[in-house]
Design a protein around this ligand. Structure first.
Ligand code: HAM
Length: 414
């Protein structure tokens, strides 16, 4: 679990602001849900045999002996809220986004943490493949706006309860013949969660499952049509993508379209964003039979790809370097007035020497420094230094509250 310090946080804020701006264009509104839910919600939605539920949840009993879990993801809590507040009664389509911390007890490494942050979006109520294409357009749009290099979109279809069971049986049979070549994890789960085996990153499992049947070749006609339309719409929108028939997601609620935004720059953690359709999930957790589709992006991974401190920290517009008690008070009150106007002003609090104040102004990368001492107060004129241009000019103190904001905003040069 990490602290996010000033200097890094600007890149986080940039991602959050970019997401808010882009998502708004597609009609998504923010929803905020608690970080804890009843454990049962995650078991039912994510699936009992998934890695998340089997070994990664932070689960505890509260004082009333309810089993609670720190949310490992955002989809299930958002669906719980959708049902609880009957959002389906307000509009046939609910488009919601969220951002915040998620918790998984995973082995930490680059790009993988125990508390991490997601920006996610969910569109509920639409079965038509247009929404799949729109979600993917929004995701691609976000990555373009955030200027994240070297990523690509991969899509797949996981079928539906009509076609997946038959495929699953075929897959189990194929895996059984390769059992001795599979890793211990896959030998254990090949019956309970055979789809995960073809997605396993262990090289032995990858080669052993090379010729295993691919689900997109075993889709029912409805799923096949759905997937074909998503493919066609993406092409018509000129969104680059590849079909990856081996992509299986680590959560059980997916049906039909699934996708990942992948990169080669984060080692084993190659998915920066991931999601898919979950048509049976809302009914499964006791809500109405509404289809849904969504994704979540890992904020840590976005920031790693963008570069930790690629977004410049805020620079103060003005540093007031005051010398002596009287000028110190005068400078403090001037700063207060300018700050109330929304101008960022820094000042010295400790009665330091001019040299030391100038050093701090430099360190903070203040754009201007106002130098004022007892003499300047008496004469009514101080010096204003433009730190970028390296120029210095006199400024009259009697009208400074009106002239200074104009100078700082570049409206006129002294
Ligand atoms: P997920 O694939 O488990 O999907 O997570 C989505 C993204 O969260 C990943 O692609 C990754 O960027 C980030 N992530 C996951 N685990 C970690 C970790 N331990 N450390 C850092 N980043 C991590 C979901 O969570 C689904 N709820 C997505 C979704 C929304 N599907 C439909 N709607």
């Amino acid at each position: 679990m990490n602290d996010i310090l000033p200097g890094e946080v600007e890149t986080w804020q940039f991602m959050e602001e970019t997401a808010r701006r882009v998502f708004k264009a597609y009609g998504f509104a923010e929803i905020r849900v608690p970080v804890v839910e009843k454990t049962e919600l995650f078991k039912r939605s994510i699936g009992e045999t998934t890695d998340i539920v089997e070994k990664e949840m932070y689960t505890f009993n509260d004082r009333s002996d309810n089993s609670l879990t720190l949310r490992p993801e955002g989809t299930a809590p958002v669906m719980r809220a959708y049902c609880e507040h009957k959002l389906y009664a307000l509009d046939a389509v609910s488009k919601l986004y969220y951002l915040g911390p998620m918790f998984r007890y995973e082995r930490p490494q680059k790009g993988r943490y125990r508390q991490f942050h997601q920006i996610g979006a969910e569109a509920i109520g639409v079965a038509d493949p247009k929404i799949d294409a729109q979600i993917l357009a929004m995701l691609t749009h976000f990555f373009a706006e955030a200027e994240i290099p070297d990523i690509s979109l991969q899509i797949n279809s996981l079928g539906c309860p009509a076609c997946r069971p038959a495929y699953r049986e075929q897959l189990i049979a194929a895996l059984e013949s390769q059992l001795e070549h599979l890793c211990a994890d896959c030998q254990r789960r090949f019956r309970t969660n055979p789809l995960r085996v073809i997605d396993c990153k262990v090289p032995g499992c990858q080669s052993a499952t090379q010729n295993a049947p691919a689900i997109i070749e075993h889709l029912c006609p409805e799923c096949d049509d759905h997937f074909a339309t998503v493919n066609r719409l993406l092409k018509e929108m000129e969104i680059p993508f590849t079909v990856n028939p081996r992509m299986v997601r680590g959560l059980d609620y997916y049906t039909r379209t699934t996708f990942e935004m992948v990169t080669n720059s984060l080692g084993a953690q190659n998915a920066v964003a991931a999601g898919g359709r979950y048509d049976g999930l809302i009914r499964e957790i006791g809500g109405p039979d509404q289809p849904g589709i969504g994704f979540a992006m890992g904020l840590e991974r976005l920031v790693l790809l963008k570069g930790q401190s690629s977004v410049a920290p805020q620079r103060p517009e003005l540093f007031v370097a005051a010398l002596g008690a009287e000028a110190g008070d005068w400078g403090f009150l001037l700063a207060a007035k300018l700050q109330r106007l929304g101008i960022s002003v820094e000042l010295d609090y400790a009665g330091k020497s001019l040299k030391s104040q100038m050093r701090r102004a430099d360190k903070l990368q203040a754009r201007h420094v106002l130098i004022v001492g007892e003499d300047e107060i008496r004469s009514g004129t101080a010096q204003l230094k433009n730190m970028d241009a390296g120029t210095q000019s006199p400024i009259a103190l009697d009208r400074i509250e009106t002239t200074l904001p104009k100078i700082l905003s570049g409206e006129f040069t002294p």
